[in-house]
Write a protein of this length. Structure first.
Length: 101
């Protein structure tokens, strides 16, 4: 698998879950692999990746559902994160997103 992934026109970096995360803000996707393609399990946003991933409520469920990587896209502006997150959830319907579907 490559170091980047394209989701609905947005180029995400691809990282193992145990990466050292910065305090950057953005959109993230907990992803696994199915039939040699990325499968989104959960899509969310964070004002700090480091803080968000330290105690994420969907982390264990994502691991149980096959999370192998986290895809991250830096997005500084809150209103932009809101739009991108909502769009990606609507298009990809990840199984662990149960609030914005």
């Amino acid at each position: 698998m490559s170091q980047t992934a394209l989701w609905s026109g947005h180029q995400f970096g691809v990282y193992p879950p145990n990466s050292n995360w910065s305090s950057a803000s953005g959109i993230y996707i907990f992803a696994g692999v199915e039939n040699q393609r990325w499968k989104p399990l959960y899509i969310g946003q964070a004002s700090s990746f480091q803080q968000r991933f330290s105690s994420h409520e969907k982390w264990n469920a994502a691991l149980k559902n096959g999370m192998t990587h986290i895809h991250a896209l830096g997005v500084g502006k809150q209103s932009d994160r809101d739009v991108i997150e909502k769009q990606l959830i609507a298009i990809h319907q990840p199984p662990l997103n149960d609030k914005l579907k």
